[in-house]
Design a protein around this ligand. Structure first.
Ligand code: AMP
Length: 485
């Protein structure tokens, strides 16, 4: 393009859209090692990986999270996904139909969006299934898959884990992204006719938490705090919520607009509030722990006993709640250092009513967690534990056309042993090659000249120290692994 070309004729430079980011190497090495650690550990606890679609019906998330919640409401990315929608932008017949029956949630943002779309077109043939969303979390999808694939057939419980991107139209800031990654696990079990299922007991809750804390230990995240709580069940929670609502109504004027609204819609969520001015007042509110029914109190005691037996340390936090009806009893959260206000790296809990609410077998129980992988990585980086190259790396310096074949076979042997190898395509001077290896952050240079090839003894230089050793060809892999710490 000539210098004087008008701006409009210059090729456009595309940029990331707001709230999105690229994750580049070498940082991605750290992501891979964290994911590898999850695969290894979760499988050792009997979990199998489930790979889920990123797009599901919008209704799945609206129903499971509730349209009053952030993830099932204003933060949900959804759209009408049908070629028919484009063809039929002509009449408003669909509007009446939609208003009458199709959108089950009254006055949801989703509904008004659809009605607006209907104003502009004829969506006569569209159904709720044509409205799709990017998943904001994966528990709803796991439950949908559990039901769809009839996983309630024995053996039970079903233990599944997943990892991948989630999407929420949130306000971007450090540790809060619009596309972020979660690593999660779920245990699901239908009721045993006449029997006592695994999940009746708090041992399952404790085992899931033990797996989680072991995972954080394995990836090197040490300064974490585990918080636990019990939020009761459908027997004892409604009375508690009424007491809480009464109390909140009395002090309504001292609360911010969000909390004021939640007194009616979801008073438990007031306990979640991060609003500075409300903190003192919240401390004076009635606590769920004083209102647990006997089975819930026993379950909570058993959870703590089981955690103690496993050597898992925790703190109780009565304000740790999940504001949806199907959540029951155990809730937990893990926070980590170095993350500022967004310090939760994991949230989880029991959701004994969810599978049933989504049309699965009555009485099915579930428990799970989701780790925020982005925040986990941030915290590892902040604590300086971000060494990503857990394997040695080698730069092969070869001299003379006769050494090329030897260099190729050496590279192939080392790579087969899992060692990273940089093999220059052209011959280089030793000084220049070492300089380049240094720049690439490579640990060792293996030097192959005529002499090395004829004797079968290679020269290996450790770049960080400058020390040089001679190593027999057959001992090379052992030497590299041993030297690398
Ligand atoms: P939740 O599904 O809201 O319980 O979140 C589980 C975990 O996912 C949180 O503890 C965070 O670590 C992480 N997380 C949630 N939302 C975001 C986001 N917008 N950006 C980055 N991480 C997130």
């Amino acid at each position: 393009m000539s210098k004087g070309a008008p701006k409009s004729a210059q090729p456009r430079r595309y940029r990331l859209i707001r709230g999105q980011r690229d994750i580049l190497p070498p940082e991605t090495d750290l992501w891979v090692s964290v994911e590898d650690a999850a695969h290894r550990l979760f499988r050792s606890f009997g979990f199998g990986e489930i790979r889920l679609p990123i797009i599901e019906t919008a209704e799945l998330f609206e129903k499971s999270a509730g349209t009053d919640s952030d993830v099932g409401g204003k933060e949900l990315y959804y759209w009408v996904d049908s070629p028919r929608a484009n063809k039929a932008i002509k009449s408003v017949r669909w509007k009446a139909k939609m208003t009458a029956a199709k959108v089950s949630q009254p006055d949801s943002p989703a509904k008004s969006e659809l009605l607006r779309a209907a104003d502009a077109g004829d969506f006569d043939t569209l159904t709720e299934a044509d409205r799709v969303a990017l998943r904001p979390e994966a528990t709803a999808s796991v439950c949908r898959a559990y039901i769809q694939h009839e996983m309630h057939q024995p053996p039970q419980p079903v233990r599944l884990y997943y990892m991948g991107p989630m999407f929420r139209r949130d306000r971007p800031q450090k540790g809060r992204y619009r596309q972020f990654y979660q690593i999660g696990a779920e245990v699901i079990e239908p009721p045993k006719p006449g029997g006592y299922g695994w999940m009746e007991d708090a041992a399952t809750d404790a085992e899931v938490i033990e797996m989680l804390t072991t995972f954080f230990k394995n990836v090197g995240l040490s300064e974490t705090t585990l918080y636990i709580n019990s939020i009761g069940d459908k027997e004892c929670r409604p009375q508690y919520i009424e007491r809480l609502r009464n109390q909140l109504s009395k002090i309504k004027d001292k609360l911010g607009p969000d909390s004021q609204r939640r007194i009616q819609t979801n008073p438990l969520r007031v306990l979640d509030s991060k609003n500075e001015e409300e903190q003192k007042i919240i401390e004076t509110l009635p606590r769920m722990s004083e209102h647990l029914c006997e089975p819930c109190r026993d379950h909570y005691k058993a959870l703590k006993r089981n955690l103690d037996q496993r050597g898992v340390t925790y703190q109780e936090n009565w304000r740790l709640v999940r504001g949806l009806d199907y959540y029951m009893r155990t809730t937990f959260e893990i926070t980590a250092k170095g993350l500022g206000s967004q310090d939760a790296v994991c949230g989880g809990g029991r959701y004994d009513g969810l599978v049933e609410m989504m049309g699965g077998p009555k009485g099915t129980k579930g428990i799970g967690f989701a780790i925020g992988e982005d925040r986990l990585i941030l915290s590892l980086q902040e604590s300086g534990k971000s060494r990503s190259d857990a394997r040695p790396s080698v730069y092969i310096v070869w001299m003379g056309e006769g050494a090329r074949a030897e260099a190729l076979s050496t590279a192939s042997n080392l790579r087969n042993a899992g060692i990273r190898v940089e093999l220059p395509g052209v011959e280089q001077k030793v000084g220049k090659a070492i300089g380049q290896a240094d720049k690439l952050g490579i640990k060792f240079a293996v030097i192959l000249g005529e002499n090395e090839i004829s004797t079968g003894v290679y020269t290996v230089k450790t770049l960080s120290t400058g020390t040089q050793d001679t190593v027999r060809k057959s001992d090379l892999i052992g030497y590299l692994n041993q030297q690398y710490v």
